[in-house]
Design a protein around this ligand. Structure first.
Ligand code: CA
Length: 229
């Protein structure tokens, strides 16, 4: 399901490198998009926010460092995981020294498997439900690998949409999600779904979560959306 797939944006001006990265990340099951320069990268972040950005340092015009700095300064984009690529280890030291806020650094030439491991590691932090992690919230456990959900030890039967909805909510307990944000994350932005559909599925999820007793962990925030806890 496209919506549950993590989205990786590759920013690299060399077409061959861009292709290798897109191919390998695609093979790992990630949704990828590519940008050939810094301006394009910043524009793409506005249109379709990625979970992880693989960002080359040396780019024409707006450098990778500048892109990173701009994104990490903004409250709405600072949570985006950024892995910087650079040509030499001295550059990595320099980038670190510049305090661009990048989350990780990889030196070129890198091994593809090493870079994949770094991307997965960032995803474990920002989108744990997409890399087979077990998430817990109070007495609820969600295993994103086996798709098994339990509450107080009882197995709960969730439909695929309710499962993705719960995964999203469990990644950030307490965060209030608007209906539009949930639509993007759970259904995907390519599909037209009425925002009321979100209410219907939240209702179903509530019913299953409370089916063995236990209080309702979902919170409806008037005029804003929904939160877990
Ligand atoms: Ca480059």
């Amino acid at each position: 399901m496209a919506a549950a797939q993590p989205h990786v944006l590759i920013v690299e001006d060399e077409p061959a490198q861009r292709e290798v990265l897109a191919y390998n990340l695609g093979a790992e099951g990630f949704r990828t998009s590519t940008a050939a320069n810094g301006e394009e990268a910043l524009m793409m972040v506005e249109e379709d926010r990625p979970d992880v950005m693989v960002l080359d340092w040396m780019l024409p015009n707006v450098s990778g460092i500048e892109v990173c700095r701009q994104l990490k300064m903004r409250p709405d984009t600072k949570g985006l995981a950024i892995i910087m690529l650079s040509a030499r280890s001295e550059e990595v030291d320099k980038v670190r020294g510049l305090e661009t806020g990048a989350d990780d650094y990889v030196v070129k030439p890198y091994s593809v498997s090493e870079l994949m491991a770094r991307v997965r590691s960032q995803l474990r932090r920002v989108r744990p439900s997409t890399v087979g992690e077990v998430l817990t919230f109070e007495d609820i456990t969600l295993d994103s690998e086996t798709h098994r959900v339990t509450r107080a030890g009882e197995t709960l039967k969730l439909g695929p949409t309710e499962f993705r909805l719960l995964s999203t909510l469990m990644e950030k307990p307490g965060r209030v999600w608007s209906r539009d944000q949930l639509l993007d994350r759970v259904w995907g932005r390519d599909i037209y779904v009425d925002t009321r559909t979100v209410d219907v599925h939240v209702g179903r999820l509530r019913k299953v979560l409370t089916s063995h007793g236990g209080s309702d962990p979902l919170r409806t925030v008037r005029g804003a959306g929904y939160a877990l806890g």
